[in-house]
Design a protein around this ligand. Structure first.
Ligand SMILES: Nc1ncnc2c1ncn2[C@@H]1O[C@H](COP(=O)(O)OP(=O)(O)OP(=O)(O)O)[C@@H](O)[C@H]1O
Ligand SMILES: [Mg+2]
Length: 412
């Protein structure tokens, strides 16, 4: 074969390898596809990707070409053992011209009935001197085209691409796992048993929470400060089908009026000076999950129109763009204001009020459910005791004082 043709083929293979490795995060599928590409384009008999498992210090095959499942299972090495183990240990590639004449070549897979005449190339898969695998290839140079140097060069590039991919895959896998663990802890933390109270009024509210948690209905949480609106909003999210997706809170009282629109809907690149990159809004961040619009009573009238449109059409435009963005977001809103009174006063749009008020849940203040105070106190003392490894309990006198506490005394 002429050299130019061969070089073209090498380039095409490398291109194909990089395409496969960026197509998904499926380790085995991608590496097997890479071996297939290398085998067909570079006429190799067999090929394997070995990875080092740091937990038990064993080097195992994760992808192969031209080997049976039983042969793959047999391909296990320790660090320093055979050629594979040596390349992992040294981080330098090795070339064996004829495996029949190399005593270090162990053929543990038993995949070569006759060893004589087969050449073997073993390339480290490494990043920054950390070798975490090897790429091995069987070739018969007498029968086919290509030289050892050509092969080493191509395999070196393929090995580098694989190294990047494996590193990213490993990071991705660990992050996914950590994210899953954290989400299930949040699911446990924000569950109905952790909303404490045994009073009739709270039971009534919790019944509604239980009923709507699994649905996509818009919920309006009403109640004074500290009645647990945020706690309930999170519970609604973490007990819903959307629990694996983000819960995104926005405190509308904490944002200056001029920033609310950009914060909610995002900003298109180049929308105004300084917008060098596109900025994602909270609606987009919450896609698939729940958006918690806290202190909804503070939303300026102009933005109330925009919010109404999103709730009606499930789509909006980023600031500085006319292209609609569609999102699948469940909205939970909360306020400590009497929203209906705000409507009457002309501070809150009536149409938006009815859009949000699909399922209103009123959270009663503690002074209307004093019997819940000892339950809450005991719950939090138990939590803090666990957290700080203490064994503190509350005296009966202190408990009575707190239960009888009159909030009106705070007003000086
Ligand atoms: N029923 C409850 N059980 C357990 N903890 C509660 C309960 N109600 C409130 N809390 C706790 O009290 C604190 C205040 O609750 P939260 O922030 O949800 O109130 P809020 O209604 O959002 O208040 P604000 O209007 O001031 O924002 C939180 O730490 C919350 O976990
Ligand atoms: Mg709150």
């Amino acid at each position: 074969m002429d050299t130019l043709l061969r070089k073209n083929q090498e380039l095409a293979s490398i291109l194909e390898v990089s395409r496969v490795l960026t197509s998904s995060f499926d380790l085995e599928q991608n590496l097997n596809a890479v071996m297939e590409i290398l085998a067909t384009n570079l006429e190799m008999q067999r090929g394997c990707v070995f990875l080092l498992d740091r937990l038990d210090a064993e080097i195992r095959i994760v992808a192969a070409y031209g080997l049976s499942a039983a042969e793959v299972r047999r391909g296990k090495y320790r660090i320093g053992e055979g050629i594979v183990g040596q390349v992992i240990e040294s981080g330098s590639p090795m070339f064996v011209p004829n495996i029949g004449r190399e005593p270090k070549f162990l053929n543990k897979t038993h995949s070569r009935p006759r060893k004589s005449g087969i050449s073997f190339l073993c390339i480290p898969i490494a990043i920054d001197k950390e070798t975490f695998g090897v790429l091995t290839v069987d070739r018969i140079y007498a029968e086919e085209q290509g030289t050892v140097d050509d092969d080493l060069r191509v395999l070196h590039i393929a090995g580098s691409l694989m190294a990047q991919f494996i590193k990213l895959w490993d990071h991705f896998r660990k992050t996914e796992k950590e994210c899953g663990d954290l989400r299930s802890r949040l699911r446990e933390r924000y569950s109905l048993p952790n909303i404490i109270g045994d009073s009739e009024t709270l039971h009534h509210a919790l019944k509604a929470v239980r009923k709507v948690a699994a649905t996509d209905t818009t919920v309006l949480l009403l109640g004074e400060s500290g009645t647990g609106k945020e706690l309930v909003a999170k519970t609604l999210h973490y007990q819903s089908q959307r629990a694996q997706q983000p819960f995104v809170p926005v405190n509308l009282a904490a944002l200056p009026e001029s920033l609310i629109e950009a914060e909610l809907f995002g900003v298109e690149k180049g929308a105004f000076t300084g917008a060098a990159v596109r900025r994602t809004g909270r609606f987009e961040t919450a896609d698939g999950g729940t958006l918690f619009l806290d202190e909804i009573g503070e939303l300026p009238l102009l933005l109330q129109v925009k919010l109404l449109r999103v709730l009606q059409e499930r789509s909006f435009e980023r600031v500085g763009s006319s292209e609609p963005v569609r999102v699948d977001v469940r909205v939970v809103a909360a306020t400590n204001k009497n929203l209906f009174e705000e409507v009457r006063r002309g501070n809150f749009r009536e149409d938006l009020y009815w859009r949000l008020n699909v399922v209103p849940i009123v959270l009663p203040p503690l002074r209307e459910r004093r019997s819940d105070i000892p339950l809450l106190l005991n719950y939090y003392i138990k939590q803090f005791n666990t957290f700080y490894s203490r064994d503190i309990c509350i005296s009966r006198a202190a408990m009575e004082k707190m239960t009888a506490y009159d909030l009106s005394l705070i007003h000086i």
